[in-house]
Design a protein around this ligand. Sequence first.
Ligand code: PLP
Length: 400
Amino acid sequence: MLLSDRIQRMEESKTIMMARLTRQLRSQGKDVITLSLGDIDFNTPDYIKEAAKQAIDQNYSHYPPVEGYPDLIDAIINKFYSQTDYLYRPDQILVSNGAKHTLANIILATVNPGDEVILPTPYWVTYNELVNLAGGKQVYIRASIESNWKITAEQLEEAITPKTKLIILNNPNNPTGAVYSYQELAEIARVVARHPDVLLISDEVYDSLTYEQAFISMGVFNSIRRQLVLVNAVSKTYAMTGWRVGFMAGPKWLIAACKKLQGQMTSGVNAIAQKAAAAALRGGSQIIAERNEIMRRRRDVMFEYFEQIPKLKYVKTRGSFYAFPLFDEYLGTQYQDQIIESTTDLSMYLLQEANVAVVAGEAFGYPGAMRFSFAVDQEIIRKAMERIIDALKKLRPDLF
Ligand code: PLP
């Protein structure tokens, strides 16, 4: 066996199988609708594309600084200042290849084998697997539909031990769509402040996508500044998932460590993409607002259909572009030769029977629920939901 223990500890993404099956069905001529994507169908706005074209013409073709170009770092400082009223210094910022890479840097730079990392569950699967890669031990705290998919400060306090190194909070949340209020965040910050040797990562990549509820950054709490790492990206806000630019703001010592790691592993982020990201952050408020309104309407369409599904339990999405309804009453069922015991089975059934791809809750450490993305056109959502309802009727005709 030539593979390292490290790589063998890591699980393959459960969504990969779904993507493979979707491709298979499509190659058989089936019209499969995907509600499983973490990528909005919008294109990158023109003003950003123009900046990238200019960067090419201006010969941004050499190695960029590992930490990021100064103008991008400035734009990031301004973004965080507008959200937190705190002026980070340039040596407290690092630009990486997407928020995913930012998270990998932080986790690899801080977690020793055996260190505990607190993950609110359902969690975004990458957190879990990066902790595995680092040899850390996950300590899960379960959010529930009754708590509007949010963890409480008490749960957090109970989970912290002398071995706790990191807490990873994601707000607005993938997969649940939950958004924490000021009060809720303040209570969490109070707990964190009581444990000065613990770091808190606040992953805020969906900050611009909130509906009816203002986004509050964890960065507003000065009491935890030296323990806090803010993680963000241009990916979701500016429809730039393919450009791969993410960033963090945090303590200088952590930035220096992550910079050392990144300097050896990947160097600085693609020069053209950095120039595009700097332009993105300097503008775009109007287009973001317009797109938000489109997303809000898409969410409303999806939830209108949820209302038509008997016994479905859900909380209306306040942020991000996902919904995470619970399907308890549709488990333990059967249609022809397909037995539905778990939400993994149910997602396979929906793929086969309705030709719609969604992600089973198992992928987020939360069996019983399924993640629906509404990052597609309203008409596609309607078509997908009608097909899903027809397929569910076959499982529980008595409920409809
Ligand atoms: N954090 C969360 C919660 C996400 O859902 C995603 C993408 O799906 C990311 C981070 C990764 O963002 P990026 O594309 O910038 O790596």
